[in-house]
Design a protein around this ligand. Sequence first.
Ligand code: GLN
Ligand code: ZN
Length: 773
Amino acid sequence: MTVAHSLGFPRIGARRELKFALEEYWSGQRSAADLQQLARSLRLQNWQHQREAGLDFVSVGDFSFYDQVLDTSALLGVVPERFGWNGGDVDLDTYFRMARGRAPSGQPAAACTLTKWFDTNYHYLEPEVTADQTFALSTDRLFEQVAEAQVAGFTPKPVLLGPVTWLWLARAVGGEFDRLTLLERVLDVYAQVLDRLAEAGVEWVQLDEPALVLDLPQAWRTAFEQAYHRLKAARVKLLLATYFGGLEDNLTLACNLPVAGLHVDAVSAPDELTLAADWLPSCKILSVGIVSGRNIWRTDLQAALNTLKAAQVKLGDRLWVAPSCSLLHVPVDRDQETDLDTELQSWLSFAVQKLGEIGLLKRALADQPDAVTEVELQAAAKIARGRLSSPRLHNEAVRNRLAELAKLPLARELPFSERHAIQQMARPLPAFPTTTIGSFPQTADIRQTRRDFRQGEISAADYEARIEAEIEATVAAQEALDIDVLVHGEAERNDMVEYFGEQLDGFAFTRFGWVQSYGSRCVKPPVLFGDVSRPQAMTVRWARYAASLTNRPMKGMLTGPVTILNWSFVRDDQPRAQTAQQIALALRDEVLDLEAAGIGIIQIDEAALREGLPLRRRAWQQYLDWAVDAFRLTASGVASETQIHTHMCYSQFNDIIASIARMDADVITIETSRSDKRLLNAFRDFDYPNDIGPGVYDIHSPNIPSVEAMVELLENAAKVIPAQRLWVNPDCGLKTRRWEEVQPALAAMVSAAKVLRQRFAGAGDAKRLTEDA
Ligand code: GLN
Ligand code: ZN
């Protein structure tokens, strides 16, 4: 009989119950006991769903108050010194202080670093390890939850981040050293954990080792052998789980590790399934991740069944069925989406529905599936296939226009140097021009206004009047601060992707489609289901109004095609590159409309361009090529005189800077305030040709930056970037800040720009200065 299981279930709750409970606890409005109580009831619900779907185990250990990597660090007793922990149990508040820097009790300290979890939009807390790091089993939470599941009558399969991946994700602090020197000590604790689980009567333990889908140095591949040969003495069966990609060069390694089972992601690497089935020693089970844990589409169960049946021929009862990865990355329950039309709703499958799909596949794989199973499976497959042939997915006009555009060169008419001169004539700007990234503080008032409008509590006319008033105030504030290139402030936008998705055809929005991004923070990605088109202009009205209020240049503000793509749930029936092109085409029209409305500077944000990089290096270039092409399709239709800006929220450019240059934006604004050294290296090694605004202060901090710090940053930048190509701006949008913070910070920023203008005036050619330095 085929075993069915899940790799993990969302912990946040169908109505984000955990988010709200956490925030109440943090603000002192809820007791720890109440928080624990809510957590227990969420776990029970999640297990109930798994049982109802007919799964053979429930996952335990996938629940977390913040992050599963942090949970593992706590389990291992890896708590950085600054949190003042003295061994013993890592209590809840120590845990929260590691995550957020503060908690209801204990001294605040700098939180651990949040980092993107592989290629998902989930973020984990980076473990910090020192050369003399000690490890000790330091929390019983996992064992308590195992007992909790057993008492409630479930068969638990504990899920743990594996030792090698945990160590791979850890950051060496207090001086460079080889993290692998810590492996044996890490394994000591894992061995104890497995022992305790065996004592608790656990049969299977899932150890997640997604690092196996990465390009690994040889030493780390060897570390996998070392680790699992050490752990093979455990009295539990180990299921080694890999996901988010193919194993490729690590396939034979993974197949041969001394564990009882291997899980492979057959959604992202379908071609590897046969290989894995062939290579796997006959004593091991193969868990096949066949239902996507990364998208929200109903699975074509007939196709999945065919794949599984072929594997079953080889594996017999050694075949297990599962989602491709933990269901953490999809929303909880589609059945709450009663606002969607029934057809669209029927195309979707969230975590609860995906469990159902897995259960159904298990039944269909039985020797003699019953008639009901057959009927259900056929019906489900029919709906999944119906989506692909639905006319709602196809827009001939969009496809024809793209085919036409493909014949044109996706380039500006003139090279940057010539455009630059024309732009400077059209809109003379001082040296070190100042600007911002787009958003200004989103006050409670603005959010209330948008909510009221959405809920029909204020009229469109009222809403527009209020937004106009906000724009007016924002423009006046920027003039008073003497900023050179102004923005309208984005008061009308709730979210930089949702705002555009809502106005484009081909997108749908859920009500409860929340996915955890980190801690209590969730995102609700739009659902991009069909060909994308733009029924009408999206931003022109506000941009035009803002421009009418000032004689200074007003920058139009758009979210770029790659960012919209990377932050949405995207259709799976065509390559992402093609979907990106369609978004780009719609945005290109918006760019041209802005230009026609007299907006001479247009910023196209690509905050998430780097996030889309494939996990494997050899796949990078192909992604970058189409991603940059999508940007160029958006931006290249304008006249030479129109200035295109782009913005990215990071400065890890060293390895992709040639592609960034190929975007050919006239100005790029980036984050540098927290990492100026890295940036400077990138620009020392690569002669970036266009204008750059290295973010001169960190908007994520409430601190007011000093003029001196910003002057210094700019002077350092001027050593590697010709001064005449430098812009002065914060490192990201200001929407999360308060006006009381923004006003003095921007005033200091403008002063810094003026200092630079003075210092570099009379030096004639700023290039010469660069050479002197
Ligand atoms: N224009 C957007 C803003 O200022 C950019 C946000 C971002 O880069 N994440 O809010
Ligand atoms: Zn940003």
